[in-house]
Design a protein around this ligand. Structure first.
Ligand code: GLN
Length: 442
């Protein structure tokens, strides 16, 4: 069923590679296991992986030309944990190069189309992973979310996307973009599927020293009354589409009519969240991407005369415009003359945002805001204007800067029938609460 859909919907460009024979073979083996009652708890679950996750003896490219021909020698922990439970991996999915983008227009493998309207972007950077679930090419996808790359495409494609707490899921086998922000998240059509997969991939991993030892909580069943805050800015900002505001309002009204407490709060630091995010992530990415030097992995320029021109030419030929822009920005903010003015300052502001967010969450169970200020925009609308593109992340970066979990759930449609996602955030490691609340909301 899924292979047929992948075949029929090739124009969406969601997959870079499909593991057809392998997936079918594995399905037959798992059928045998089911007969003998030896199958794992996710037996037969078909999932796809964003092309930033390693899978042993398979290519991984990060949506970039620079990794041309590179095969991974090991499997990412998150992928392995699903395989251990007899899930089936069906292929690797298109994405913005190294996770940098909000529209999936920055891929060396061409842009991805939104299945709700093929003239629109699917969001990014995990656009292929979102569309694959949206268009029934797999049941769930593993994406990555550094500043919104699971939540925003989930919102644009009308599905569920969870960014877990930072460190909840091991980053072993994930191509690094910004290490202090990167998380592996899950796309599915239902909250319950996201939860099942996150419970399987989460938990400490000796291969990633930053992965948390906090135990995974069981599924929470609750009918309690919650205290919910929403940011006033979401309803007052001019840049937020009217229908997105309406969807937030109707979600809040639903909560009130069910006797939950709903209060508007101000979050004046919101306007600093985007600059903070883009200074810190470009800095981290300029460091992380220095490993792609033409010597160690993938593409090496044929034009080189000496070591320096080999580095320069390989990187110039291998990286796309957005990645180069970020490497230059990141190198600048880390440079000796500007480090204190930009990088250090941004780290201080990050702490302020995190503290202020945690303070809100000490008084409220959840913060509810739109996932994105707009619905899916037309392909090509923002691709010449990086600042406009960065605005798409206005509401998603707060959770990333703070390291807390956040989910996007489909709650409405605009007049063009494009999906609108609402985002729910809560305290670190309280994914169980987010899932329970989201099931009730949806
Ligand atoms: N759009 C954001 C960026 O370009 C988020 C990307 C992500 O979460 N990987 O950085």
């Amino acid at each position: 069923h899924y292979l047929k859909n992948i075949e029929d919907k090739q124009s969406l460009n969601a997959f870079i590679e499909v593991y057809k024979e392998e997936a079918l073979e594995r399905a037959v083996q798992i059928d045998e296991k089911i007969k003998t009652k030896k199958a794992g708890k996710l037996a037969g679950l078909v999932f796809g992986i964003k092309d930033l996750l390693c899978y042993q003896n398979h290519q991984v490219s990060g949506g970039s030309k620079i990794l041309e021909g590179f095969e991974s020698q090991f499997t990412a922990t998150a992928v392995q944990r699903l395989l251990n439970e007899d899930a089936i991996v069906i292929g690797r999915q298109n994405c913005d190069e190294f996770g940098m983008g909000s529209s999936n227009e920055n891929s060396a493998f061409g842009h991805v189309k939104n299945a709700a309207d093929e003239s629109r972007v699917p969001g990014g950077s995990s656009g292929g992973s979102a569309v694959a679930v949206q268009a029934d090419m797999c049941l769930v996808s593993l994406g990555t979310d550094t500043g919104g790359s699971v939540r925003q495409p989930a919102s644009f494609c009308g599905i569920v996307g969870i960014k877990p707490t930072y460190s909840r899921v091991s980053r072993w086998g994930l191509l690094a973009y910004a290490s202090s922000f990167d998380t592996i998240g899950v796309f599915a059509k239902s909250v319950a599927d996201c939860e099942l997969v996150l419970q399987t991939i989460g938990g400490h991993d000796p291969n990633d020293a930053t992965s948390s030892r906090e135990p995974i909580k069981p599924v929470l069943v609750t009918k309690g009354k919650y205290k919910v805050a929403y940011l006033k800015e979401a309803l007052s900002s001019e840049g937020v589409q009217g229908e997105v505001k309406d969807t937030l309002k109707s979600t809040l009204a639903q909560l009130q009519s069910d006797d939950h407490t709903v209060e508007a709060i101000e979050f004046p630091l919101l306007k600093h969240a985007l600059p903070t995010y883009y200074i810190l992530t470009t800095a981290e990415s300029s460091t992380n991407l220095s490993r792609y030097d033409g010597a160690h992995y993938g593409h090496r320029s044929a034009q080189s005369e000496d070591l320096e021109s080999m580095y320069k030419n390989s990187r110039t030929e291998g990286f796309g415009d957005e990645v180069r822009r970020r490497i230059m920005l990141g190198t600048f903010v880390l440079s000796a003359d500007y480090h204190d003015a930009y990088f250090k300052k941004a780290q201080e502001v990050r702490r302020l945002i995190k503290d202020a967010t945690e303070k809100i969450l000490s008084e409220y169970d959840f913060i509810v805001i739109p996932t994105s200020p707009t619905t899916a925009f037309p392909i090509g609308a923002n691709d010449q204007n990086p600042l406009q593109m960065y605005m798409a992340d206005l509401f998603t970066v707060q959770a990333s800067v703070s390291g807390i979990p956040a989910i996007s759930i489909p709650m409405g449609k605009d007049q063009n029938n494009l999906p609108i996602g609402i985002q729910v955030m809560t305290k670190a490691f309280e994914e169980d609460k987010i899932f329970a609340f989201s099931k009730y909301l949806m």
